[in-house]
Design a protein around this ligand. Sequence first.
Ligand SMILES: C[C@@](CO)(OP(=O)(O)O)[C@H](O)COP(=O)(O)OP(=O)(O)OC[C@H]1O[C@@H](n2ccc(N)nc2=O)[C@H](O)[C@@H]1O
Ligand SMILES: Nc1ncnc2c1ncn2[C@@H]1O[C@H](COP(=O)(O)OP(=O)(O)O)[C@@H](O)[C@H]1O
Length: 290
Amino acid sequence: MGTKQALWAAYWPAPAKLNLMLRIVGRRADGYHLLQTVFQFVELADKIRFHPDASGRVSLKHPLPGVAEADDLTVRAANLLKAATGCSEGVCIEVEKKLPMGGGLGGGSSDAATVLVALNVLWGLHLSTEKLMELGLSLGADVPIFAFGQAAWAEGVGEKIQAITVSEQWVVIIKPDCHVNTKEIFCAEGLTRDSKSIRISDFTAGQQQNDCLDVVCQRYPSVKDALVDLSEFSDAKLTGTGACVFAQFDSETNAISAYQSLKAKWQVYLTKSVNESPLFSMMKSGDFIS
Ligand SMILES: C[C@@](CO)(OP(=O)(O)O)[C@H](O)COP(=O)(O)OP(=O)(O)OC[C@H]1O[C@@H](n2ccc(N)nc2=O)[C@H](O)[C@@H]1O
Ligand SMILES: Nc1ncnc2c1ncn2[C@@H]1O[C@H](COP(=O)(O)OP(=O)(O)O)[C@@H](O)[C@H]1O
């Protein structure tokens, strides 16, 4: 890893995730749904920089519109780390937001995980990945996968995680102009909640449905429109509870051509899927971007 100075000057990536499939296989006593899902990362990422604060306070350089500073997942993650370790350090967190909020790409959860992983290094806390994942789970169901950092098969509410290798491809993502409320989808009457549990080999053999798809398309017509438009180019899927939809391409030329055609009508992103989170790739390579 780089020198202390290089680490404090670095921009730490907080990548988006895709759910390559999502099955709802049951429900816990507290109402939370039991899932089977496959997570993979993409190179598209928020970027986070940390500035030491001798006062011991945790603050944000640029609060996000519509999110109170104390509710921001990055601030909550840093305060959680302090409470769990008794660390008296302070930090000002600077987030360069690239990921659309509330789009099913997990940006807030990823920001929180990057704060946990980065401050563990910057503050010299030496917490294990398992401990960071456990702390992350108390912030949100999607935080542990980002602290784990490898594409994974996940069960439970997303906390029982097993690394898998899936093919890395070019990806085109459309963010429809709507905000899907995750809670509303999980509360919907028509939601499939009794899918049969499958094995990883079933997923590999092609069982890759997203059980939220029908309910999301009924309630959010622009998600359905985006799926129809993207399907012209490749198999299109919903990530998580949406609103984003994505398609994978093994040819860069085909991905660029889809991106070019769609961008007149949609907010669209061209990126690559990766099995190792760019956060972990950066830490392993020691190639810190400042
Ligand atoms: C569905 C997934 C798949 O990756 O992603 P998103 O598309 O939302 O990002 C996640 O499990 C989302 O996890 P997370 O982002 O932490 O969910 P939250 O916003 O906390 O959930 C909002 C509400 O949805 C319901 N909920 C959420 C997750 C779950 N497994 N069962 C549920 O019933 C609960 O009522 C919860 O209060
Ligand atoms: N640092 C953060 N970045 C994004 N959203 C945040 C953050 N902190 C709190 N939030 C809240 O979390 C919600 C979900 O954000 P996000 O993780 O981007 O979406 P999703 O879970 O659909 O992928 C946002 O609408 C916002 O209110």
